[in-house]
Design a protein around this ligand. Structure first.
Ligand code: B16
Ligand code: MG
Length: 218
């Protein structure tokens, strides 16, 4: 399929940071006097921090001043970073290193395409940063997924045409962003939810080396 560049989302693909986002948002919701459930947390996956807070305040029926909004964004992130601080490589999702090692051995460039502004710190904590040739995260993009911007910048930084890139994503908006970028999209997670993906796998244990070889073969 002549794939020359691999782009990975972070949360839900490389590590499960959603559980820490959940705890930090829940702490904030409780402090503001309402509950925040696991089901509601699903709405937050792949969504920017600012948009998450807007949705959270909607759930709680709270109208915030700009000053409060900014303060709660900072508070949530400080709380979240305390969880991130304790992460180590045991939190890498199963068989992700298998895929990254294969790509490194084949000299295929690798990029991160994440909405998180904490992406670099997380990759450092789990000791995967050296694998990445390009990092595109919440600090570099102006338009959120499903806009293709994050992945197009990633492809550009890798020096690979979008048509020769593949994206691994766990969020519907992420799959749509990859499709909008004219890249091959691979859904990691529930096939029913990620039905717009070109290929679907529950996780990386289902992706074998033969499939990867097929992707990079001319
Ligand atoms: P931060 P991804 C996303 O990561 C998360 O899924 C989403 O829940 C979070 O709000 C967003 O990053 C921003 O994260 O607060 O660290 O900037 O899936 O795009 O890697
Ligand atoms: Mg994700």
């Amino acid at each position: 399929m002549n794939i020359r560049g691999f782009i990975f989302d972070l949360d839900g693909v490389i590590v499960d940071t959603a559980k820490y986002h959940y705890l930090a948002w829940k702490n904030l919701a409780n402090e503001l006097g309402f509950e925040f459930t696991h089901e509601q947390n699903e709405l937050f996956k792949g969504v920017s921090r600012k948009r998450c807070l807007e949705i959270l305040l909607d759930i709680g029926g709270i109208t915030a001043t700009q000053e409060q909004f900014d303060r709660w964004m900072v508070e949530k992130n400080i709380d979240y970073l305390a969880y991130i601080e304790k992460m180590d490589k045991s939190e890498i999702l199963p068989d992700v290193p298998k895929v990254l090692d294969f790509l490194r051995d084949e000299n295929i460039p690798i990029a991160l395409g994440s909405a998180s502004k904490n992406a670099k710190a997380i990759l450092e904590k789990v000791e995967l940063l050296p694998y990445f040739d390009a990092l595109v995260d919440g600090n570099n993009v102006t338009k959120a997924k499903p806009d293709p911007e994050v992945f197009l910048i990633g492809a550009k930084q890798l020096g690979v045409a979008p048509e020769h890139c593949v994206v691994f994503e766990d969020a519907v908006a992420g799959i749509q962003a990859a499709n909008n970028a004219h890249m091959l999209s691979i859904g990691i997670g529930d096939k029913k939810i990620l039905s717009e993906a070109d290929y679907n796998f529950s996780d990386f244990t289902e992706i074998n080396i033969d499939f990867l070889k097929q992707l990079i073969s001319e």
